[in-house]
Design a protein around this ligand. Sequence first.
Ligand code: PMT
Length: 404
Amino acid sequence: MMTGKVIVLGVTGGIAAYKAAELVRLFVKGGAEVHVLMTASARQFVTPLTFQTLSRNPVHTDLFNCIEEQEIGHISLADRADLVVIAPATANTIGKIACGIADDLLTTTVMATKAPVLIAPAMNANMYMNPLYRSNEERLRNHGYLFVAPVKGMLACGWEGEGKLQDPAIIYQEALSALTGKDLYGEKLLVTAGPTREELDPVRYLSNHSSGKMGYAIARAARRRGAEVVLVSGPVCLEPPYGVKTIKVVSAAEMTEVALREFAAATMVVKAAAVADYRPEIRAEAKMKKKGASLTLALTQNPDILAEMGKIKEERILVGFAAETAALVQNALKKLREKNLDLLVANDVTQEGAGFSVDTNIVKILCRDGSIEDCPLMDKELLADIILDRILAVRDQKRGRESE
Ligand code: PMT
């Protein structure tokens, strides 16, 4: 998703400067061309050689030594950048940019660029709360500069509070977001993900192999594209996506309650969760004892959340998934019609690289008009964007019909 993008990464002088090395690694892995600019203070913490080795490009440090190949260094970098990222950004550098000061290579490049600028502050907690810092950040935000807020924690200066550089993986996600068009701006997307757990007793439950990867990828992609996203997630090991309201649930009953509540404000819904169709009729208060050679469990049906939504969807766009092990298209078409869906994403979970737990999927996207799109083996991150593209096409078609 970063392929071919030119990222100019400014590193300023803070103890978190070493974390910028991980950020360079992520950008390079994502396919970006990375050019690192270091302030004089940054060089007190990390050597340029680290960034040169990781970025495979010379590191720029000096405003006046940077005239190469007839180009003025800071102007050339400012023009070539698709995105300028400053991580870590000190209060000093942020203050200078907010006041229009351009007295070193980094601030001059920021002043000269037309590319978006993403700032990841890192500083002492009291500095971060200082009204002068706050008004500088506010001023820059008002001018369209993007920020990825620091996190709370034990700071190198000994204070505990907000000021720790955000996780490089999240800065990377925010950089991706800064490079992405906001075609879902104004939409409120509800996504469900992961499995549900139906408890038999305090130590056992019925569940399935869903890891949440598919639904989380959709939530992340939609957020990148400007949607306001609510993610209702069953128990999974994934980090809640940054900037997404994530509500954790355990059972199908809880998922039903939360999803139907959040449905009211949604304009679009994608139900990637693998909801248990049945739960034990009785949940034992104490651990069930071994009784004999066999045990029969009585199960009772859970509500079908998607079918309920289908009955009350009005103008919302409703997208379901179908996890099948046989007769993929036939079963999926049945679900599309019976649950009153706009789209259905069908995966044959017996195929290698498809369905539960893996990073990839192989799906067919079924539309109401009977068309079926084959999506071959691909990363769930990529598939998430394709699904969102199809949802936008449905939205535009509906809007077109309304305006006729
Ligand atoms: O989480 P991963 O490891 O990344 O795996 C992804 C996935 C395989 C879970 C995903 O791609 C997928 O197929 N999700 C739907 C799984 C499923 O429960 O399919 P289903 O055919 O049983 O249900 C059809 C649809 O009805 C689904 O959208 C489901 O969310 C919904 N449903 C089902 C039962 C129920 N009681 N309520 C529901 O809303």
